[in-house]
Design a protein around this ligand. Structure first.
Ligand SMILES: Cc1cc2nc3c(=O)[nH]c(=O)nc-3n(C[C@H](O)[C@H](O)[C@H](O)COP(=O)(O)O)c2cc1C
Length: 276
């Protein structure tokens, strides 16, 4: 794509995402990368093309080059290749068949174990047993997962994160022999795209990009305007005969009307994190 086309495509992608124009200052380099980020979409259908372990290794190496809190390197990736283990993991989440059909499945984990081991090997007490000791590996793992998604996208691949695996955290930990102070952040299905996916809208930037201080006076109005845009997008995309489209707020209120994963804290404490 030439520069002019990339610029136009980026303008359109951001307009589709945010429902508003996002100015692009002239003379910028790297618009192709911004276009890739702005067009990011989760995929749940896969072309029939295998994903070799070597390719995963390359993408993992790029992903693990992400910044890491205090240089502690508290994120790990499990490439689930053994067919028996893969089947057992998939069967934890029968509600997500795209996990079963994905050419490869990874698990991104926070790992607070190596950090503690450094203290053990020196015979020193670990003095940072509190919530931050759990939060930091979670953040590192999230950055590594996002970096993996970007690396995959750079080579034309697509992904679907699977945090629903955490609904079965204990079973998952047992299956993958997860030691204490290690926890799953999310699975990641990866493969090659079967079809193009449209851009899913996001809240207007006025709701999520703040200037100097938090501004909440217009939150309700901004959610209402997003709801209208979301509903219009759903109606324009739904095949005839689909269940009635809902606003984003209605969908989320319905999705979370009953408690979800309320045993996650128990699992994290079982992994010996102290969440003070
Ligand atoms: C941490 C995280 C966990 C997610 N877990 C799931 C999941 O369990 N199953 C699923 O189908 N999609 C999952 N997703 C994908 C989201 O549903 C998706 O990003 C969201 O609907 C917005 O769509 P988009 O990524 O195409 O813009 C997850 C995304 C993130 C970032």
């Amino acid at each position: 794509m030439n520069d002019e086309n990339t610029l136009n495509a980026l303008t359109q992608a951001l307009a589709a995402r945010f429902g508003e124009e996002v100015a692009i200052p002239p003379g910028l380099e790297g618009l192709d990368q911004l276009l890739q980020m702005a067009s990011q979409a989760t995929h749940r259908a896969w072309a029939e093309r295998a994903v070799d372990a070597d390719l995963v290794r390359l993408l993992a190496a790029c992903a693990l080059s992400a910044p890491t809190k205090s240089y502690l390197q508290q994120a790990d990736i499990v490439d689930i290749r053994d067919s028996a283990v893969r089947l057992a993991v998939e069967s934890l989440v029968p509600s997500m068949p795209w996990m079963k059909t994905a050419p490869a499945l990874l698990l991104f984990c926070g790992n607070g174990r190596r950090f503690r081991r450094i203290f053990e090997r020196r015979g020193k007490a670990f003095t940072n047993e509190h919530l931050d000791g759990f939060f930091n590996p979670a953040v590192d793992a999230a950055l590594v997962m996002m970096n993996f998604i970007r690396a995959a996208s750079a080579v034309g691949m697509v992904c679907c994160p699977i945090s629903v695996l955490r609904d079965q955290a204990e079973e998952l930990a047992t299956l993958l022999a997860m030691p204490e102070h290690v926890f799953p952040l999310a699975g990641l299905c990866i493969g090659w795209p079967l079809q193009a996916r449209s851009i899913s809208p996001r809240l207007p930037l006025e709701a999520t990009l703040h200037q100097d201080r938090f501004e909440e006076r217009r939150t309700d109005a901004l959610i209402d305007s997003f709801d209208s845009r979301y509903l219009a997008v759903q109606l324009s995309r739904r095949p005839a005969g689909s269940p009635a489209a809902q606003t984003w707020s209605d969908e989320k209120a319905k999705q979370y009307e009953s408690p979800q994963r309320d045993d996650w804290g128990r699992f994290v404490r079982r992994q010996k994190f102290d969440l003070r």
